[in-house]
Design a binder for this molecule. Structure first.
Ligand SMILES: Nc1ncnc2c1ncn2[C@@H]1O[C@H](COP(=O)(O)OP(=O)(O)OP(=O)(O)O)[C@@H](O)[C@H]1O
Length: 724
């Protein structure tokens, strides 16, 4: 068994406060997870509590596994009780109580792909298409119905017979109802429960059946919840029921790390915990053990810009390290090369590949780096994601391209029925047998049989026409690829599924093709491109213990690495282009805060110029501007006009910035100083647009500047000139 290591005074207090309601509000890297694990060990080792009487809730299955291993090492007992996510715990409850909902113990837990397969059946039965609703929207709609609009839906799922449920579905007229009841019918028919059902049905059982509720309440003498800032309302209700008997509830969270509001998380449950449970003891952990003072200062500066937060500054007694490195590049290819150089430099300094983590806002951003890493033989591994060229949609798109030239069996099999053209297993089997007996390829086999009875009801002619009519020789690879993805119906299929991330990946593939064409001039035809790409697609996946880690910031939640390189820090990438409100912008900033605080010793922030997928220019992210310059060690610094553009584009959407306090506003007559334009006088203050008209002494004409512009007030206007 491991020894309990040193805990600081506050951590120890949290560990030893075993009874009642305890809330730990803690900063990044302040030892929340460590405290939680030691508290579990303290309850078992010191107080003699049985592990099976403790529920320890983590945010992901991965962190549940890690926590289980950690606790196992501390208590030396193989039985580590209930260490799981809320959904995992409810799954256990429902397996034990399946009778109460008339489901078999062997019910299926549905993931998004399972739900989509069910939706597909409903859409086909009722003639719906993506124009009516994409699968992704339908999943959201079903979730909203279950949580908000039809909170009693579970009676239908549990009490109605399959026939009665079918009738309800058959009678439905509105699109929402058709989809919703069609899905419920499929659920009942297949005994499938989705994530919302797991919690809602557990709550239902606890509400309806006092005996079962009491059994579970009595069983769970201590409840502990990690990442409490990201708890949602259903989870909160469940937690509230479970703690109702022993009333020993311990929650840990950091309001600055709330990054799942888009999925229903509500930080108020953490902030108002003491009001909901009045006897709460709150313990604050603000000493950071993870990072250097430089990294922490940058993170503190960044998060301080958020308006809706409780001010708190993390501090550390850790040794000083280098300043945070900020890097600017002319384009993403140069950025990738620059990062390879940084990696070599770090290796030279004694770091190993596995010490380095590359973080990014969205999966597609890994592509340019992967290109370069493969060429430069930098070993890497992608966490919770598939390497770019191994992703389904990328392989499909490349298979279409290869079909134009090679018409080989592998690419044929990948493309002929994707999207669906009604070529199922039996038709495929026929084609295979025909090809073997005639010693021809599957493609030829299809062409010879396309007009036969067997293929009458299929859409093979569209496919044949597509492959034959693409006149790829006279066109750029970019055009050919776009044409294929469009005419094959492949992109439309993804749109129907609402698979925006897959569409983003395809946009990134098009970008990669056009880069290839730009770099290779006349040589850049389709065959050349396919040769070039073969290197990546066939790249060996041989295990190497020493690898650079690559992942999205969401995946990095809760992890730490000696070196973090955060890439793609451009406006419309991070913060994401989907950011439309101040709340969303603040969530993006919290996400950036999570990214920065993963670093222990060295932090690199990188951005590049070039074009976005929508054709717009890439400007440095506002998050880089949020961190003061002396903390950032730029090499090289972006040109001043690029930064001016950034500020202008940031200022053009004041709704995404913290509202200005009236007292901070300048008034007509105020004397101001501007970094570039020098001294000037405010002529007009526009409260609606939050801007000033200013006459600068050295300029002939006036300038209108945003109220957020960096203006230093030098003198005040005489009273009579002020705003009323
Ligand atoms: N009292 C302590 N003494 C020394 N090191 C500590 C102490 N407490 C925590 N640490 C170390 O600090 C680092 C951060 O701890 P931990 O991962 O538990 O933090 P956290 O609060 O869960 O972080 P985050 O919320 O940012 O993911 C770990 O490397 C941990 O071992």
């Amino acid at each position: 068994m491991e020894q309990m290591p040193v805990l600081n005074e506050k951590q120890l207090e949290a560990v030893e406060q075993s009874e009642g309601y305890v809330r730990v509000v803690a900063g990044a890297g302040s030892g929340k997870t460590r405290t939680l694990a030691y508290r579990f060990a303290y309850l078992v080792n010191e107080l003699g509590i049985l592990p099976s009487s403790i529920l320890c809730v983590t945010f992901t299955n991965k962190s549940a596994n890690e926590m289980r291993n950690r606790i196992h090492r501390l208590i030396g007992d193989a039985d580590t009780g209930y260490i799981s996510t809320f959904h995992g715990f409810c799954n256990t409850v429902l397996k034990e109580e399946a009778n109460a909902i008339h489901f078999p113990k062997s019910f299926m837990v549905l993931d998004n792909a399972d739900i989509d397969s069910m939706l597909k059946i409903v859409y086909e039965q009722r003639g719906l298409t993506s124009r009516d609703m994409t699968f992704s929207k339908a999943r959201d709609m079903i979730e909203i119905q279950k949580i908000d609009r039809k909170p009693d839906y579970y009676y239908d799922l549990i009490s109605l017979s399959l026939d009665q449920l079918y009738e309800k579905y058959a009678r439905a007229i509105e699109t929402d109802d058709i989809i919703f009841y069609g899905y419920l019918y499929q659920q009942k028919k297949n005994f499938g429960l989705d994530y919302n059902d797991l919690i809602i049905l557990s709550l239902f059982i606890f509400k309806e059946n006092d005996e079962i509720r009491l059994k579970w309440q009595e069983r769970l003498e201590y409840i502990m919840i990690d990442e409490f800032q990201d708890i949602d309302s259903l989870q909160y209700r469940l937690m509230n029921v479970l703690q109702g008997y022993h009333k020993n509830l311990f929650v840990v969270g950091d309001p600055d790390q709330t990054i799942y509001t888009w999925r229903g998380a509500n930080v108020r449950f953490l902030l108002d915990f003491d009001q909901n449970y009045p006897q709460t003891k709150t313990i604050y952990l603000n000493e950071n053990y993870r990072s250097t003072p430089q990294i922490l200062e940058a993170a503190n500066k960044l998060i301080a810009v958020n308006y809706n937060r409780l001010p708190k500054d993390l501090y550390t007694k850790n040794q000083a390290g280098p300043n945070v490195h900020a890097m600017h590049f002319e384009d993403t290819a140069k950025e990738a090369k620059g990062i390879v150089e940084v990696i070599h430099h770090l290796l030279h300094k004694g770091y190993e590949y596995r010490d380095i983590a590359i973080l990014y806002r969205a999966h597609y951003l890994s592509r340019t780096l992967e290109d370069e890493f493969l060429q430069q033989e930098i070993p890497y591994t992608i966490y919770s994601g598939v390497p770019f060229f191994q992703r389904m949609e990328i392989k499909d798109a490349l298979a279409y391209l290869r079909m134009l030239i090679f018409k080989d069996d592998l690419d044929f099999q990948r493309t002929v029925n994707t999207p669906k053209r009604n070529i199922g297993t039996s038709r495929m089997k026929f084609l295979e047998e025909y090809a073997i007996s005639h010693q021809i390829s599957l493609w030829e086999s299809l062409k010879e049989n396309a007009e036969t009875e067997m293929f009458k009801k299929t859409r093979v002619n569209e496919y044949i026409e597509l492959i034959e009519s693409e006149n790829w020789k006279d066109r750029s690879v970019t055009e050919v690829l776009s044409g294929l993805l469009d005419h094959s119906g492949y992109e439309a299929m993804l749109r129907l599924q609402g698979a925006q991330d897959r569409l983003d990946n395809l946009a990134e593939l098009k970008q990669s093709v056009s880069e290839f064409e730009r770099n290779s001039g006349e040589e850049g035809d389709l065959e050349q491109y396919l040769n070039h790409i073969a290197l990546f697609t066939a790249s060996d996946q041989e295990m190497q213990s020493q690898k650079v880690k690559m992942m999205t910031v969401h995946t990095a939640k809760g992890l730490e690495f000696p070196v973090v390189i955060l890439v793609g820090l451009s406006e419309n990438i991070f913060p994401s282009k989907q950011t439309r409100t101040l709340e969303q912008m603040e969530e993006e900033r919290r996400l950036a805060f999570v990214a920065l605080t993963r670093a222990q010793k060295e932090l690199y922030l990188s951005e590049s110029e070039g074009l976005l997928a929508n054709g717009g220019f890439r400007y440095p992210s506002r998050f880089l501007c949020d961190i003061d310059e002396p903390i950032l060690n730029w090499h090289p610094k972006p040109a001043e006009d690029l930064l001016i553009h950034t500020r202008a584009s940031v200022n053009s959407r004041p709704a995404l910035q913290r509202p200005l306090n009236q007292n901070e506003l300048l008034m007509p007559g105020d004397r101001v100083e501007h970094k570039i334009f020098g001294m000037g006088s405010v002529i007009e203050t526009d409260l609606e647009k939050l801007s000033y008209l200013i006459h600068f002494d050295k300029l002939d004409t006036v300038r209108r500047l945003s109220a957020k512009a960096n203006l230093k007030k030098i003198g005040t206007a005489p009273k009579s000139m002020g705003l009323n």
